[in-house]
Design a protein around this ligand. Structure first.
Ligand code: G3P
Ligand code: MG
Length: 255
């Protein structure tokens, strides 16, 4: 593999915007589809969080749930279908008629769209149960290739420490963030053990002291899913580095 052309992302060399659309801006448009990214970009969002898992044949695709039922015309586990079979599904009709026919997005398509439009990516590695290490490694390896010419690499994140460890082993240079819902007492040790550049926490566990402690330890801090403008302002006032939101229509991405 070629060495990345872009300088390494560190807490000191942090290239990402503060405002990040959640699930590709997937509230007003069907989550994790290209249509959602396009809508988010039309609201001025320059960075997107999205969920990636593997098809039966090991291809990275965008999907939040472990099963297809909620957000597509299919049913059963996402890794029960090949990429070719997933391509036959409708990933937009469940949301609203205007999005009927929207395709399941591949990581490759999102890589092309975001780079062509100068947009940043936060790839949440979200393995189906039992495929943590495989997903972490595969997503990192594909991301390395798909973003090989990018000025700024995608930020990888995951609740799965096993997936993050596998991503690190596969492509050590891609930046990583440790996702936490509840805050473990040893969050800093866990983040450091995985070589993370950032902590990405549920906003309910964050306060000014914690953000300051993470900064003092050399980590950036992101937070999800912040949809209330007042709460967003409070978190940003505490020094939050990345705000992941569904509220693209109520939170203006003013950097
Ligand atoms: O990446 C942060 C956030 O997306 C985690 O929650 O369930 O929406 O993927 P979820
Ligand atoms: Mg997510």
């Amino acid at each position: 593999m070629n060495a990345p052309k872009s300088p390494a992302v560190t807490a000191a060399n942090w290239p990402y915007p503060r405002f990040i659309a959640h699930r590709g801006a997937g509230k007003l448009a069907p989550e994790n589809t290209l249509a959602a990214f396009r809508l988010g970009a039309s609201f001025g969002y320059r960075m997107f969080e999205f969920d990636v898992k593997l098809s039966a044949d090991g291809k990275p695709i965008l999907m939040h749930d472990a099963t297809l039922d909620r957000t597509t015309s299919g049913a059963g586990r996402v890794d029960g279908l090949t990429l070719g079979e997933l391509a036959q599904l409708d990933a937009g009709a469940w949301h609203s008629p205007g999005y009927a026919g929207e395709a399941v997005a591949t990581l490759a398509a999102i890589a092309r769209y975001t780079q062509a439009n100068g947009l940043h990516s936060n790839i949440e590695i979200k393995p189906v149960p039992g495929r943590e290490a495989q997903t972490g490694a595969a997503v990192a390896l594909d991301a390395q290739v798909l973003w090989r010419d990018a000025a700024v690499p995608p930020l990888l994140s995951s609740f799965s420490e096993e997936a993050l460890a596998a991503a690190r082993q596969a492509v050590p240079d891609l930046p990583r963030a440790l996702l936490v819902d509840a805050l473990p007492v040893d969050w800093l040790e866990r983040a450091r053990a995985l070589g993370c550049v950032a902590l990405d926490a549920n906003y309910r566990v964050l306060d000014a002291q914690l953000i300051a402690a993470a900064h003092a330890a050399g980590l950036r801090v992101l937070s999800y899913t912040v949809n209330d403008p007042e709460r967003a302002a409070q978190l940003l006032g505490w020094g939050l580095d990345g705000l992941i939101t569904d509220g693209i229509d109520v939170i203006a991405p003013v950097e």
